[in-house]
Design a binder for this molecule. Structure first.
Ligand code: SAM
Length: 276
């Protein structure tokens, strides 16, 4: 019998992915975790039936989530990842030689364990000596006393279950307190076509806290039909302007200094929706 993984876009639109094999499935303390072989999409991490990362298009998402803020910041030395237990964001951060310390705060240790077992980039990333993994809620972590960061990368799931707090005003306030002078933060902010309210809500929440927010986009086919958004804020640098020398040095497959700048050019319908 054929097995399909169904992903609702809205009440009328659904994507489906053929499951060749379920490599692992378990219920952790926080969520239902599965690792599947989706054939042409490759190995895929699924949390509560929602695709988190596939081998095929993870590079688009992680390169744009990570290299945009790290190349916009003139000297990123301390970086925090909130969520991101699949270690795809960390695998991109470790390419930046100037980064001295990476903290990752993930609520579910089992996501990290299973990613290290099944996802090809995760083990090497986990062994990077600059990385410390903290298990707990990202909001609680940021509210506590601790170091300030040059870059905070919020690799959150959809705003459901433990991920809800990562899209709320008190979280953004905590982010601001833990950003160093000139620091930048980027969060994933949902699908242009199918999470329009979320994109607008994230931008508005960040504008209220920081005065300005930048929205940029990339196509990540396993997440949604059409473009996916990221929203960022800055206490100094212009997020849309990469350091050309550092950006050009990275051996990336999607990200480039040109793609960085172009990703911030939004079509009128989206700009109007965001600013209207
Ligand atoms: N890129 C993915 C997406 O857009 O679907 C998200 C990837 S990453 C796997 C999301 C991680 O955030 C999950 O491993 C989940 O356990 C973790 N998470 C959810 N809520 C969290 C919280 N409040 N604090 C820290 N980690 C959290």
């Amino acid at each position: 019998m054929e097995l399909w993984l169904l992903q609702d876009e809205d009440a009328h639109v659904q994507m489906r992915f053929r499951v060749l094999q379920v490599l692992h499935r378990e219920r952790s303390a926080y969520q239902e975790i599965a690792v599947m072989d989706l054939g042409s999409m490759g190995r895929t991490l699924v949390l509560d039936d929602a695709i988190q990362v596939t081998e095929r298009d993870a590079f688009v998402y992680h390169e744009m989530l990570v290299h945009v803020p790290l190349c916009a910041h003139p000297r990123p030395r301390r970086v925090l990842v909130v969520g991101g237990g699949d270690l795809g964001a960390v695998a991109e951060i470790v390419r930046h030689d100037e980064v001295e310390r990476i903290d990752l705060v993930e609520i579910d240790a089992r996501v990290v364990d299973l990613s290290r077992t099944y996802l090809p980039w995760a083990e090497a990333a986990a062994r990077d000596p600059r990385l410390t993994i903290h298990y707990g809620d990202g909001f609680v972590f940021l509210q506590a006393e601790g170091p300030r960061y040059d870059v905070i990368v919020v690799d959150a799931p959809d705003p459901v279950g433990p991920g809800v707090v990562l899209f709320e005003a008190p979280f953004y306030e905590a982010v601001r307190r833990r950003l160093d002078e000139g620091g930048v933060m980027v969060t994933q902010s949902g699908s242009v076509w199918f999470q329009a309210e979320l994109v607008t809500k994230v931008r508005r929440g960040l504008v209220e806290q920081f005065g300005r927010a930048w929205v940029y986009w990339a196509g990540v086919p396993s997440y949604s039909i059409g473009p996916w958004t990221f929203t960022g804020v800055s206490l100094g640098p212009d997020l849309s302007r990469p350091d050309p020398a550092r950006a050009a040095r990275l051996a990336t497959r999607y990200y480039s200094p040109e793609v960085h700048r172009a990703a911030f050019e939004l079509p009128p319908f989206l700009r109007e929706r965001l600013e209207g």
